[in-house]
Design a protein around this ligand. Structure first.
Ligand code: SF4
Length: 414
């Protein structure tokens, strides 16, 4: 999946948001009509912007729509605002709707977004109204701004130059596996089961393999038969030892599927480090915040009867039998912390503020199917309410004991 800058276009109804989207994309990706509320939902276009790179552009509904449908659209606009890196606030100076503009500015600032103001002129004389508008809403003066007539194609190059001048891209600077050095061997332990999709590795597995290879090191995969290993089948242990023994050079780190931690804690030789794909992924998706996830798991030390835990899984893969998020982790919680309640969140779902306030701990998967920006929005939501968040790999290591948790964090120096 390509890392994209996310640019959201926001404003009131009929401010010219869809025209601006079409101007940038050079196509009718958004329906433009004078009827209020033409953009029924957030419209997304993926494209490459010269000088910025791959971007996801979002054209959102008017934030000032009324009634029930308007409320639903507003929630989607808020979700888009939380996710994006850059807010393009589109204002028609001739009919500005100040309270809505003020609200959008406040929300963008609260979410720590970069903001650029675009005054969209439907008639040249509207430019004269900008000073009056800024006198009524002085906060607008602090952001870079430009005027356009978004329906004129010749405005496109000026608009793109403006974006290039003022936008500071936020592409993920975090290394996936910062400890990898050239010529080292790494083992990827990949137990395949009924949930494993045919024809491809899961995204974290594929990313690890590609990263190690790209950095001139050597990824070697082992398919563990988890059922046999858990039944203490001597053939499976012998197969593992024969595999390890066949490598002329000792591997530096074993990266395992987190669900195999109950086996790998004792099968990993002392001279080889151990971590999990889930830990790798959450560090990458959260832009290096692994230490926070590791600290948060300590909440489990003091869990009480009646406490509520959210298990958040960022995709909707088919769940069969011993699924980690819906079966294995809930079973471990029930055994270790009787009386604790568990709520599941899948895909792009996310609890509202009231639900989060009741949550003692969030246990999140690696999050490979959402954007780092969406992950950042989740962390901000939780941070505001002081709700700790940990991760599948950290949790599954924690339940194997303090030493095992320290072991899987060691490659990350956390
Ligand atoms: S989104 Fe989460 S559960 Fe789904 S594949 Fe990625 S890490 Fe695994």
């Amino acid at each position: 999946m390509t890392e994209r800058e996310i640019i959201g276009i926001f404003g009131t109804m009929n401010a010219g948001k869809s025209s601006l989207m079409n101007l940038i994309t050079q196509q009718e990706s958004s329906i433009v009509d004078a009827a209020p509320g033409t953009t029924a939902d957030t419209r997304v276009t993926l494209m490459e912007l010269h000088g910025i790179g791959p971007v996801k552009l979002m054209d959102t509904a008017g934030y000032d729509e009324s009634e029930l449908l308007g409320e639903k659209k507003r929630k989607k606009v808020t979700a888009a605002l939380k996710e994006c890196d850059l807010v393009l606030l589109v204002i028609d100076p001739a009919s500005p709707n100040l309270p809505t503009g003020k609200l959008l500015l406040e929300q963008s600032l609260a979410e720590e977004k970069q903001i650029l103001v675009i005054y969209n002129l439907f008639a040249p004389e509207d430019e004269a109204k900008i000073a009056e508008l800024e006198a009524l809403l002085p906060a607008l003066r602090q952001f870079p701004k430009m005027t356009v007539s978004a329906i004129l194609p010749e405005m496109r190059s000026r608009l793109l130059a403006f974006l290039l001048d003022y936008y500071i891209p936020k592409n993920n600077p975090t290394e996936l596996l910062p400890f990898v050095q050239p010529n080292e061997f790494y083992i990827l332990n990949i137990p395949m089961d009924e949930e494993t999709p045919p024809g491809r590795y899961l995204r974290p597995q594929a990313m690890a393999e590609e990263y190690i290879t790209r950095h001139w090191a050597y990824p070697v995969s082992f398919r563990m038969n988890l059922g046999k290993a858990r039944r203490n089948d001597p053939d499976e242990k012998a197969r593992w030892e024969s595999f390890l023994g066949s490598l002329k050079r000792r591997p530096k780190v074993i990266i395992t599927d987190s669900q195999a931690m109950d086996i790998m804690k004792s099968w990993t030789p002392d001279d080889i480090q151990l971590t999990t794909f889930s830990i790798m992924m959450i560090n990458y998706m959260s832009r290096g915040k692994l230490a926070d996830f590791a600290t948060a798991v300590r909440v489990l030390d003091n869990l009480q009867h009646g406490d509520s835990i959210v298990i958040a899984e960022a995709c909707n893969h088919s769940r069969i039998k011993e699924d980690i998020g819906t079966v294995q982790i809930p079973n471990l919680l029930a055994q270790r912390f009787p009386g604790v309640t568990v709520q599941h969140i899948f895909g792009r779902e996310w609890p509202d503020e009231e639900e989060l306030k009741r949550t003692k701990l969030v246990i999140h998967c690696g999050g490979c199917m959402i954007t780092p920006q969406r992950m950042a929005a989740r962390l901000r939501d939780l941070g505001k309410l002081n709700v700790p968040i940990t991760n599948y790999g950290i949790f599954l290591s924690y339940v194997q004991g303090k030493k095992v948790l320290e072991q899987v964090l060691m490659p990350w120096k956390v």
